[in-house]
Design a binder for this molecule. Sequence first.
Ligand code: NAD
Ligand code: LMR
Length: 328
Amino acid sequence: RTNNLKMEGSSNLRLENCRAKGGSPGFKVAILGAAGGIGQPLAMLMKMNPLVSVLHLYDVVNTPGVTADISHMDTGAVVRGFLGQQQLEDALTGMDLVIIPAGVPRKPGMTRDDLFNINAGIVRTLCEGISKCCPKAIVNLISNPVNSTVPIAAEVFKKAGTYDPRRLLGVTMLDVVRANTFVAEVLGLDPRDIDVPVVGGHAGVTILPLLSQVKPPCSFTQQETEYLTSRIQNGGTEVVEAKAGAGSATLSMAYAAVKFADACLRALRGDAGVIECAFVSSQVTELPFFASRVRLGRNGVEEIYPLGPLNEYESWLGKGKERVGWKH
Ligand code: NAD
Ligand code: LMR
């Protein structure tokens, strides 16, 4: 068995070297929480991404099985598994992009804030590892409450002296994915042709879909606007309730995470005009972190766009935190 493992290890390295010589653009990506509900489909989809040359799967449970399974896919990325905190540093060393879906999900009746105590500690430990082993990596943070875990990650990086606000991105892509889907349903169009900017945060009233800025330009009745806004803001709760105690969105989240990670990798490669919404350190409003449309580049966030003209309803929505409190 030891010999087998050695052979697997060396052929893995030969494979990696051989692909590197082939000159294909390849990035090293780690998924932390890779054995979870999001982590597993995310790992599968990242294994299918031609921009990924090395995929590290880290979790505190079950990574040997997930890694063995995914490594049999006949796609380019070399997959390695890492189990438990003693292997965290190996999992992170040399990574270009780190995606973090580690942490507990909601059950019906809970807010994302209820996850804070457990997930803040998990995110802190993982970010300490990133500071030490791959301080220049782009970090895509999925663990909830995103409105709080991103500021916590920033503090960890500041303490370690590695903080670069351009490289820390809270993933709000699922809000955009949902908004595109629901708007397309109302308009009777293909969701792939719709682009809805969603700004603010990633919880309830902090999620602000800018329906006046949908591309292609379109208009909605007040009833449609209120229906869409409420459905987008409560999309997470809709899934939590439908899953009835078995967790929150995993498959649509893995899809959204891969869409976002792919944008980050294309930007790292040097592609121009890569623009997505993300929850980042910001001066767009008085809040220190805010989701906006951002232009991604080789260093992460290269430019944060202003909100653009808001209509009366969106301005009123934007005062949500004063109306009902800034909930996570
Ligand atoms: P899950 O419980 O199915 O999986 C979480 C995984 O994290 C598990 O495999 C667990 O072992 C692992 N984990 C726990 N502690 C860890 C640690 N210290 N280091 C590494 N891994 C650790 O949960 P899930 O459904 O995959 O959701 C994960 C998180 O993502 C939750 O906090 C959830 O609220 C959040 N989420 C965010 C969004 C978003 O839009 N940003 C969407 C959906 C879910
Ligand atoms: C979502 O929006 O689906 C996630 O934030 C998970 C949740 O708890 O709603």
